[in-house]
Ligand binder design. Structure first.
Ligand SMILES: *Cc1c(COP(=O)(O)O)cnc(C)c1O
Length: 236
């Protein structure tokens, strides 16, 4: 394999954004949905400054990051010049990082336990900022994976809303890598529907078309936009 020169890599990022956006629109139409009802979250974890700039140049403003500190490095300085930037935390959050997360992110997609709901509520009071929240559901009940178990999701949603006053807007999931994702997307959609939640963050580079067919409102796409990551931490 040859190492691409940075200019070529940058132009191919623009091409990939156009291609992924086109596919999202087609999948939405095929599902009888308005293409504008599916948001593209560009997963910018592990990317360097040229790639971030190429995404911004392609008009992208919604980004997903899975580590608080890396996200600060990517976005804290750029943020002032980008009033329409939307940052979404898609990786697991420790309670001792809740304040930093609340200060930086617009949406926290990975609420999965009551202790974290409490920490987020306290952090929001301190920060004077109220990002919206998604509950991450471990639809495959995988022991190593973050997320509330499907049977415990309704209770956590209720506690987060009612006891802690969090703005719970929807659900997020990462299906098991070795399974058909469709039943996992359907399960997430069913849990959202019975709880009156409208936002479904589901679908990654390998399965975002299936996720859109199942009702995704936000797809989280990394490698299909930026190319393969060198050092991808396993999503959990
Ligand atoms: C890394 C990551 C993605 C993007 O994965 P790709 O397969 O590169 O599109 C999406 N969601 C989460 C939670 C991730 O950690």
């Amino acid at each position: 394999m040859t190492v691409p020169n940075p200019a070529a890599a940058v132009s191919s990022i623009a091409d990939r954004f156009a291609q992924v956006r086109g596919r999202i629109a087609e999948a939405a139409k095929a599902a009888g949905r308005d293409p504008a009802s599916v948001g593209l979250t560009a997963v910018s974890k592990t990317q360097g400054p040229e790639a971030l700039q190429a995404a911004l140049d392609a008009g992208q403003r919604v980004f997903g990051e899975n580590r608080v500190q890396e996200a600060q490095g990517h976005w804290a300085a750029r943020r002032a010049a980008l009033p329409d930037l939307e940052l979404r935390l898609i990786g697991p959050l420790q309670t001792n990082k809740a304040l930093e997360a609340v200060e930086l992110f617009d949406v926290i997609e990975t609420l999965d336990r009551e202790r974290l709901a409490a920490a987020l509520a306290a952090a929001m009071t301190r920060a004077g900022r109220r990002p919206s929240v998604l509950v991450q559901v471990n639809t495959g009940a995988e022991p190593q994976k973050a997320g509330v178990l499907p049977d415990d999701a309704d209770a956590l949603i209720a506690v987060a809303r009612d006891r802690y006053g969090l703005k719970v807007e929807g659900l997020m999931c990462i299906p098991p890598v070795d399974e058909d994702p469709a039943p996992h997307f359907a399960l997430l959609a069913a849990i959202a529907a019975r709880n009156g939640l409208g936002v479904l963050s589901m679908g990654m580079s390998g399965d975002y078309l299936a996720a859109i067919a199942a009702g995704a409102t936000h797809v989280r796409v990394g490698s299909a936009l930026f190319g393969e990551r060198n050092k991808a931490p396993a999503p959990s």
